[in-house]
Write a protein of this length. Structure first.
Length: 171
C-alpha cells in the first residue's frame, strides 16, 4: 500500500500578473495543487519606479506589509511551494510576511524565485524563515534583465523541476 499524496499548496506573490505567477501556475498545474496569490492589503503603486523605490525602502527596513488573508488555510497543507520575485536581492516583503505566519515544523517547503539576473540570497532567506521545514527542490527562474517577460531559464529546466517536485511530493 502506498502512502497518500501530500496536500500541496502553491503560494506566490507577483506584483502584477507576471513572471512569478506564470511559474506558480505551471507548478500548480504539474502538481495538481491548490494555488493562492499573496496580496498586500495596501496595494503597491502602478508606477514601476515608485514600486522599485518603495520596495527598496521596505527591504532595507525589514518591513513586513499586512497581507490579505488567503482563501485557504496554509496549516492544512503538508507541503507549501512559495514563490517570489527578487526584490533588492531578497524575497518580496509580502512573502516575508507570509513566511512568518506559517508554522513550518513538520512541513515541506519548495522555495522558488524569479529574477532578471540578480538572485541575491532569496532562497537562503526563505529557508531561514522556515525553521523546522524539510526544504526540497529550490528553484531560480531567470527572466530577461529589462523586467520583461522573456524567460531566460530554459523551459525544459522548469519542466524538469516541476517533475522533480512532483516525484518528491508523491504526486
Amino acid at each position: 500500500m502506498t502512502a497518500a499524496p501530500e496536500r500541496v499548496l502553491v503560494a506566490y506573490f507577483s506584483q502584477t500578473a507576471g513572471n512569478t505567477e506564470r511559474v506558480a501556475e505551471q507548478l500548480a498545474d504539474g502538481l495538481g495543487a491548490d494555488v493562492a496569490r499573496i496580496e498586500t492589503v495596501e496595494p503597491y503603486p502602478d508606477d514601476y519606479d515608485e514600486v522599485v523605490e518603495q520596495g527598496r525602502r521596505e527591504v532595507d527596513e525589514g518591513y513586513e506589509p499586512e497581507i490579505v488573508g488567503l482563501e485557504v488555510d496554509p496549516g492544512e497543507y503538508d507541503a507549501i511551494c512559495v514563490g517570489t520575485p527578487t526584490w533588492w536581492y531578497t524575497m518580496a516583503p509580502a512573502v516575508r510576511t507570509f513566511m512568518g505566519q506559517v508554522g513550518w515544523a513538520g512541513r515541506t517547503l519548495v522555495p522558488f524565485m524569479t529574477n532578471g539576473g540578480w538572485p541575491g540570497t532569496v532562497i537562503e532567506d526563505m529557508e531561514a524563515l522556515a525553521r523546522g521545514a524539510h526544504v526540497v527542490e529550490p528553484m531560480e527562474v531567470r527572466f530577461d534583465s529589462t523586467g520583461g517577460s522573456r524567460i531566460v531559464t530554459p523551459r525544459s529546466d522548469v519542466e524538469a523541476w516541476v517533475d522533480r517536485v512532483a516525484r518528491e511530493l508523491g504526486r
